[in-house]
Design a protein around this ligand. Sequence first.
Ligand SMILES: [Zn+2]
Length: 108
Amino acid sequence: MTTPTHVAADIAVFLALTHVPGLNPNTADFVLLIGSNLIDIDHLFSHPIYHPRRNPFTTHTLHKSWLVLGAVSCALLFIRPLMFIAIGLLLHFALDYLYVRWFVMPAL
Ligand SMILES: [Zn+2]
C-alpha cells in the first residue's frame, strides 16, 4: 500500500478514536500513530525500492516478521503510551494484506 493511503487511514482512525470516551488522544499519540509507518523503511533494503506488485510480506525484512510484530502489537494495545504505535502497526499490516490480496501478482 502506498504511504499516502497509510497516512490517510491513520488520520481516519485517529479521528475516530477521538470520540472514544476516556481515551483522549493527544498530539503525541497522533505522532506515534503516523510514525508507525516507519516500518516501511525496510523498502530501502529492496531493489527497486518501490515495486507496485511486490509482496511486502515475502520480500521486506520487517514485514516478514508480521506475525511477531502483530502479536507484540496486540500486547502493546494495553499500554497507553505505546497503544498508538500498536494500532498503527496493526492497521499498517491490515492495509498491506488487503493490498497484497487485491493487487500483487502471485509470483512476486
Ligand atoms: Zn508496509
